[in-house]
Write a protein that binds this ligand. Structure first.
Ligand SMILES: Cc1cc2nc3c(=O)[nH]c(=O)nc-3n(C[C@H](O)[C@H](O)[C@H](O)COP(=O)(O)O)c2cc1C
Length: 231
């Protein structure tokens, strides 16, 4: 089974999100999968021009010859797609959204009703891919992921990906210098689980998101560390 990981954090493997991503991928590797990680900030992907010439003129080929040319076949080949991303301004970072927009090149212009909703048909012979979101955010509450999760669930419904779950790590800075072995173990188990099943169990997803520190203590710690820069 082939997994494509789109890493949308500019900090890559050193980022907060990668703290959860790494054990998750270890679990997938243990289960026997092959994994390709694409660091999005190393790619040059221009915004969609919006004229849909890929649908109406060029036969599902984009006129923009940038790094999307190399990335698209990886989406075709993948059985599991993972977006690993920080929350930026309550959603996905701009670079990830630009890449998502450019996936429209693979679509079909017709409309149909699928799952009780108007959508573009899935390309024929398209395999059913699983999708997993791994995300971290700096604010304390888990509800800071709500807009991003709703967006990516909608994206999955429209692309035909099966949303397999979300490993969400709020108050991400609290992971530093604390014992979070249970969180890392849960992320690893989630990797093994998504390999075998269609979804990650809610218990494992909750374990990854567990409260590490009280809101009061988190704010106090962040404010103490940032105050030297604002005096
Ligand atoms: C431009 C920018 C916007 C951000 N917006 C949010 C936000 O809306 N909500 C939030 O909780 N954290 C926000 N953050 C914090 C990041 O989500 C958080 O630090 C995350 O853990 C970074 O992950 P990374 O180290 O993997 O890149 C923002 C950070 C940046 C740089």
């Amino acid at each position: 089974m082939q997994t494509l990981v789109i890493n949308a954090s500019p900090f890559g493997r050193r980022g907060n999100t990668a703290t959860v991503l790494s054990p998750f991928l270890d679990g997938m590797r243990e289960a026997g999968g092959s994994i390709e990680i694409v660091p999005l900030d190393k790619l040059s992907i221009k915004p969609c021009r919006g004229d849909l010439s890929c649908w109406f003129k060029t036969g599902n080929v984009c006129v923009q010859q940038d790094d999307m040319v190399q990335l698209l076949p990886k989406f075709h080949d993948a059985d599991i797609v993972v977006f690993s991303t920080p929350v930026y301004c309550d959603g996905v970072p701009g670079q990830l959204k630009i890449m998502m927009d450019r996936l429209v090149v693979m679509g079909i212009p017709f409309l149909e009703v699928r799952d009780g909703h108007s959508r573009h048909p899935l390309p024929p012979h398209e395999k059913m891919r699983k999708f997993v979101l791994v995300a971290s955010c700096g604010l304390w509450e888990k509800d800071n992921f709500t807009p991003m999760v709703a967006h990516l669930q909608a994206f999955c419904r429209n692309t035909g990906y099966r949303f397999g779950g979300a490993l969400l790590r709020p108050h991400s800075f609290a992971m530093k210098n604390r014992n979070i072995n249970d969180i890392l173990r849960a992320a690893k188990s989630a990797g093994r689980e998504i390999f075998k099943n269609d979804t990650i169990s809610p218990a494992l997803q909750d374990a990854v998101s567990r409260i590490i520190v009280s809101r009061e203590d988190y704010l106090e710690s962040v404010n103490r560390k940032t105050s030297p820069y604002f005096t």
